[in-house]
Design a protein around this ligand. Structure first.
Ligand SMILES: *[C@@H]1O[C@H](CO)[C@@H](O)[C@H](O)[C@H]1NC(C)=O
Ligand SMILES: *[C@@H]1O[C@H](CO)[C@@H](O)[C@H](O)[C@H]1NC(C)=O
Length: 512
């Protein structure tokens, strides 16, 4: 409709203004139940949508580091206070010391967190006031426990899009009726190697069923109750129904970096939107430090914003400090605390680092990382080999791919020794095979018909143009978990077979 009306543009400036107005939509990005890092992959889409004239509101308790004056930010006071009181990054390494399975089980805790945060959000007087004064034409919802936003989509009678900040989570196959590939695609929570043993396949097949049932019978009904009360819509349909009403799923992942998946047209991979194509020169202090290293180059160490290495157990820190003294190369280290006194001359530490500009620097030789997805995507884009030390969330899943694809070396952070670190860093810096594999990966990652953010914008506007996009969805979205897996058919066939075998056996028994 917008396109046709544009003809009118030439006839009257007044009408032109009117036309633009009607093309511009009020879009809500609902990302309150998350960490700051969830803002990063979706932000380029937000900025491009406002550049196209749409009116965007972004909901998140973590304020943007570089705000866009055209984007309206909203977060209720209670929520901002809650996240300030509960920053728990440093706990992560300590928790991992109790075992990787302790970290994997953190996924189970998320359910109650999602419920609690939705209650906090929706019952806040700020939110109640905000809801009264706004209307939205489209709601984009963070795919990790922000299902609270489904209530808002219903309230405003607006279509909704799910934005998944990584590859699909364990339950998304069942949420959207996508055929399962559980016998060969490793589950994100259990991050098995690609060649799974029978027992690993067992858990890999079982886990999505667990999540589908947990959501259908525990999480979503509870959330429905919270929203019925908070939105004051007593006859709000069950959220499972609103969830099925999804118009599109954008996924921050791409087959060149992850796995080939059998995705329906509903799911559009846009992995790597946040990557900058042109890089700024580095700040003078960093550039001077790199120049001092001459042709030796440098290695970058960063554990992202959620993991604070400075707060990890002393033996881990000792291993790192010992290793950087022994490898004859410069280190640029994102360090979020006071700088230790006995730092060797080959180490440059600072709280904030222009990470993408550093990874794009021609003298970078390697990257020691916590294996967060966005760091991995940036490293792949720039062809920088990795030492991968996962800590929590989807990081083990990413580290497994790095290990299997041999474009980096995986180490276990809780037991890492100085020797292991020296060995791994030396390998990725001096053995050219790692760089070579990374460059191949980089070439594949960059080779696409459109930039990922252009793809995302096109699909979001497709939803606005089409209105009803139910034709994108697998018909299985309406089936339950066992029919979707054809378990009833197998069960029926197996029963018939068993009955036939029994009858045959009985006939064979001679009568006396
Ligand atoms: C844009 O969105 C903000 C926040 O929802 C709202 O206050 C404002 O009225 C909207 N502007 C237009 C032109 O719709
Ligand atoms: C599905 O979405 C449409 C608008 O996109 C809305 O009119 C309808 O009420 C929604 N149904 C449910 C169950 O959410």
């Amino acid at each position: 409709m917008c396109e046709v009306s544009r003809v009118v543009i030439f006839t009257s400036i007044l009408l032109f203004l009117g036309v633009e107005e009607s093309c511009s939509k009020n879009i809500l990005f609902f990302f309150p139940i998350s960490t700051y890092s969830h803002r990063i992959p979706v932000w380029p889409l937000v900025e491009d949508m406002v550049a196209k004239g749409h009116n965007v509101t972004f909901v998140m308790p973590y304020p943007p580091k570089e705000p866009n004056p055209k984007v309206t930010e909203f977060a209720p006071k209670e929520m901002v206070k809650y996240v300030l009181d509960n920053e728990e990054g440093p706990v992560a390494v300590k928790m991992r010391s109790e075992g990787v399975s302790v970290i994997d089980s953190q996924w189970f805790v998320l359910t109650d967190w999602g419920l609690e945060m939705c209650k906090l959000f929706i019952e806040s007087p700020d939110t109640q006031e905000w809801m009264k004064n706004n209307h939205f034409d489209l709601v984009v919802i963070d795919g990790l426990y922000n299902d609270c936003g489904l209530g808002l989509a219903y309230k405003y009678n607006a279509p909704h899009i799910t934005f998944v900040t990584s590859a699909l989570f364990m339950w998304h196959g069942d949420s959207y009726g996508i055929a399962g590939e559980h016998s060969w695609l490793p589950d994100m929570q259990y991050h098995y190697p690609q060649a799974m043993t029978f027992m690993q396949r067992f858990w890999n097949v079982y886990n999505p069923i667990y999540w589908a049932l947990e959501r259908e019978y525990y999480y979503l009904p509870k959330l429905t109750e919270i929203l019925r009360k908070g939105l004051n819509i007593p006859d709000l349909p069950p959220l499972r129904e609103i969830e099925r009403n999804v118009s599109l799923v954008l996924m921050n992942s791409h087959f060149s970096e992850e796995f080939a998946r059998s995705l329906p047209p509903l799911v559009v991979p846009v992995g790597g939107m946040h990557i900058k194509e042109t890089n700024k020169p580095l700040p003078k202090n960093i550039e001077d430090f790199i120049a001092k290293g001459g042709s030796k180059g440098f290695v970058y160490i960063s554990f992202g914003s959620a993991v604070q290495l400075a707060n990890s157990p002393p033996e881990i820190l000792a291993a790192f400090l010992g290793a950087v003294k022994r490898v004859d190369i410069n280190f640029i280290w994102k360090w979020d605390a006071e700088i230790p006194k006995d730092m060797p001359k080959n180490v440059f530490m600072q709280k904030w680092m222009p990470q993408q500009d550093i990874l794009a620097h021609p003298k970078i030789k390697g990257f020691v990382t916590h294996s967060g997805l966005m760091s991995i995507q940036e490293a792949v884009y720039n062809g920088v080999p990795l030492v991968s030390m996962p800590v929590f969330a989807e990081q083990d899943y990413n580290a497994e791919r790095i290990h299997a694809g041999k474009y980096g070396i995986r180490l276990e952070i809780t037991t890492v020794t100085e020797d292991q670190l020296v060995d791994a860093i030396s390998k990725i810096v001096y053995d050219p095979i790692y760089k070579q594999r990374m460059l191949e990966k980089s070439k594949r990652f960059r080779d696409r018909p459109m930039k990922p953010v252009e793809t995302a914008v096109w699909w979001v506007e497709y939803v606005l143009r089409q209105g009803d996009t139910s034709f994108l969805k697998p018909l299985g979205i309406h089936q339950n978990w066992f029919i979707r897996r054809s378990l009833d058919v197998y069960f029926f066939a197996f029963t018939i077979l068993a009955v036939l075998l029994i009858i045959r056996r009985q006939k064979k028994i001679p009568r006396h």
